[in-house]
Design a protein around this ligand. Structure first.
Ligand SMILES: Nc1ncnc2c1ncn2[C@@H]1O[C@H](COP(=O)(O)OP(=O)(O)OP(=O)(O)O)[C@@H](O)[C@H]1O
Ligand SMILES: [Mg+2]
Length: 485
C-alpha cells in the first residue's frame, strides 16, 4: 500500500508514492478528504452532509455526499473506510500528516526556569520547521459555513500553538546566550504577528544585547510606524522607555577597566560557569570566595570585560580595598560609578535612583572587610531589578540571595604535561620578568612541584617565581618541601 503524504501547513498538497494526487471532483471533495484525515475519527454521513451541504435540501445533500465519496474512493480508496452510514480515515493504511507531527512536537513543551530541556528544545525546533504557513492556507469553501467554521478554528488553534512555540524558543535562546538564534526566531514571530508590541520590545532588547544598536533603534521606529499606520496608535510607554534606555546604553562605555593587564591563565571553565550563572534569571548575587591570592580579583576583572558585552548597560568594576569602613561604602561605590553626588538626597538614595533603570553587572571587589555593609547589596537588589552583583571576598556574605562560587588554585599537571599547566605558565612568566633568560626546559618537574605544594595559588606562585632571581626552581622546591615537613 502506498504511503499518502498530506501537507496542510502552508497550503494543501496530497501526494501518493511521491506524485501529486489530483482529480478531486470539487473543492468540497478535497475539503471532505482533509476533514476526514485531520479529525481521524469516524463520522456519520448525516454530519458530513451538514458540514458541507448544510444549506441544501436533504436529498440533494445525500446525493452530493455520495458522489464525493465515490470520487474519494477512486482517488485513495485504501485510505478510507466508507460504509452506508459512516466515513472515516483508515488508520491502518500508511500516511503522513504534517499537522499531526506538528501537534506532537509542539504540545506540552514547557519552559522551566526560562529554559527548555534538550528533548523539548529539539521538538519545538521541529515544530516550527514543520509550520510552513497557515493551516490550509488559501483554501476555503464559500457555501459551507460549518466547514469554514471548523477550518478557521483549526487555523487559529495551530497558529497560536506555532506562536507559542516560537515564543518559548526565543526565551530559551535568549536565556542560554544564543542571541543570533533568538533574534532570528523572534523575527519569525514578528512576521506572523506584526502587531505584537511585546515581541518588538523583545527584538529591540536582543539586538541591543548583541551590540546591534542601530538595528535595535530601527526596530523601535518600525514598530512605531506600523502602529501609527495600521492602528493609528502610539507605542506603549513601556516601549518608548525601552527605546530611550537603549539609546542611553548605546552611548555608555561597556566597562570601566583599562585595556588589558596580562593574560588570565587557566580560568576558561570558571569564566564560562560564572557567565552561565549570570544568565539565570534567579541568580542576582554571586559571591566569589577563596583564600587570599587565589585569583578572585583577576577573574572578576576578566568577567567585567566579558559581561560588558552582555548586559545592556555594560559591567562596572568597583575596587573596594581602600574603603576603610562600611560607613564610606555608598560614596565609594558612587565615585567608582562616576556619579557626581548632589547635596540631597542621601548618597544611598542617589545611588539607587541611578541604578534603578539600568541593566548592569556590578562587581564589588575585595568586600572582605565590609561584610557589615551588606545591607547596601540588599537594597540594590530590591531597587534595581535588572542589576546583578558579583562580590569577591575570602568569606561568604551569609545573605539569603547569595549564590556561592568558591575558587580554588590553578590546575597543575604533572610530568610531561607539566609545561602546559596554567600554574607552571604563570610561574615561568613571572620568572622571566625577574630573570630575563629563564628557561623552563628541563625544570618543568621542579616548577610543577612548587606549584603543587602551593596548591596552585597564583599569589604564592608569583612570590615563589620571583625568587628565581636568586635560586633555581629545584632549590625553591627543596626549601618549600622542608617547610612543609
Ligand atoms: N588566572 C590567573 N592568571 C594569571 N595571573 C593570575 C591569575 N590569577 C591570579 N593571578 C595573579 O595572582 C595574584 C593574586 O591574584 P588576585 O589578586 O586576583 O587574588 P585574590 O583572590 O583577589 O586575593 P585577595 O583575597 O588578597 O584579594 C595577582 O597578581 C594576579 O594577577
Ligand atoms: Mg582580591
Amino acid at each position: 500500500m502506498d504511503e499518502l503524504t498530506i501537507t496542510l501547513l502552508g497550503g494543501v498538497e496530497i501526494r501518493q508514492a511521491g506524485t501529486a494526487v489530483t482529480g478531486f471532483v470539487s473543492n468540497k471533495a478535497l475539503a471532505l478528504f482533509c476533514y476526514l484525515i485531520v479529525t481521524g475519527r469516524e463520522h456519520p454521513r448525516s454530519l458530513l452532509q451538514a458540514l458541507l451541504w448544510g444549506d441544501s435540501p436533504q436529498d440533494d445533500a445525500m446525493n452530493s455526499l455520495r458522489n464525493v465519496l465515490s470520487n474519494l474512493r477512486k482517488l485513495a480508496g485504501t485510505h478510507l473506510l466508507i460504509t452506508r452510514q459512516t466515513a472515516a480515515l483508515n488508520p491502518d493504511a500508511p500516511y503522513r500528516l504534517d499537522v499531526q507531527h506538528f501537534l506532537q512536537a509542539a504540545q506540552g513543551k514547557k519552559l522551566q526556569n526560562g529554559r527548555l530541556s534538550p528533548d523539548d528544545l529539539q521538538a519545538l525546533e521541529t515544530a516550527v520547521s514543520l509550520y510552513q504557513g497557515e493551516f490550509m492556507a488559501g483554501f476555503s469553501v464559500a457555501d459551507a459555513p460549518a466547514f469554514e467554521e471548523w477550518l478557521l478554528a483549526q487555523r487559529e488553534r495551530l497558529r497560536l500553538l506555532y506562536l507559542q512555540s516560537l515564543h518559548r524558543l526565543v526565551v530559551h535562546y535568549a536565556n542560554t546566550g544564543l542571541l543570533d538564534e533568538a533574534i532570528a526566531t523572534n523575527g519569525r514571530l514578528l512576521a506572523a504577528e506584526p502587531w505584537r508590541e511585546e515581541s518588538h520590545r523583545q527584538q529591540m532588547t536582543l539586538l541591543a544585547r548583541a551590540g546591534r544598536w542601530s538595528e535595535a533603534i530601527a526596530q523601535y521606529r518600525r514598530c512605531r510606524d506600523l502602529l501609527a499606520q495600521e492602528l493609528g496608535v502610539a507605542p506603549m510607554s513601556e516601549t518608548t522607555a525601552l527605546y530611550e534606555r537603549i539609546k542611553a546604553a548605546r552611548d555608555l562605555p561597556r566597562h570601566n577597566l583599562p585595556a588589558t593587564s596580562g593574560p588570565l591563565l587557566g580560568r576558561d571553565a570558571e569564566l564560562a560557569e560564572l557567565a552561565e550563572l549570570l544568565r539565570r534569571p534567579d541568580c542576582r548575587l554571586i559571591t566569589l570566595t577563596g583564600p587570599g591570592g587565589a585569583g578572585k580579583t583577576k577573574l572578576a576583572r576578566a568577567l567585567v570585560r566579558q559581561q560588558g558585552e552582555v548586559f545592556l548597560h555594560g559591567a562596572r568594576f568597583l575596587p573596594l580595598t581602600a574603603v576603610p569602613d562600611p560607613a564610606f561604602l555608598d560614596t565609594a561605590v558612587a565615585a567608582a560609578l562616576g556619579l557626581s553626588l548632589k547635596p540631597q538626597p542621601a548618597p544611598r538614595q542617589q545611588l539607587l535612583d541611578h541604578l534603578h533603570p539600568l541593566e548592569q553587572l556590578l562587581v564589588l571587589d575585595n568586600f572582605d572587610h565590609l561584610l557589615d555593609g551588606s545591607d547596601l547589596l540588599t537594597e540594590i537588589l530590591s531597587h534595581a531589578p535588572d542589576v546583578k552583583l558579583l562580590v569577591t571576598s575570602r568569606e561568604r556574605l551569609d545573605m539569603q540571595a547569595e549564590w556561592l562560587y568558591p575558587l580554588a588554585g590553578l590546575p597543575v599537571q604533572q610530568e610531561t604535561a607539566a609545561a602546559d599547566s596554567p600554574a607552571v605558565t604563570l610561574f615561568a612568566s613571572v620568572a622571566r620578568r625577574v630573570q630575563h633568560d629563564f628557561d623552563l626546559a628541563g625544570q618543568e618537574t621542579a616548577v610543577a612541584d612548587i606549584c603543587q605544594m602551593l596548591d596552585g595559588l597564583p599569589l604564592g606562585i608569583e612570590l615563589a617565581a620571583a625568587q628565581t632571581a636568586v635560586y633555581p626552581p629545584a632549590a625553591i622546591a627543596a626549601a618549600l618541601r622542608q617547610g612543609l615537613d
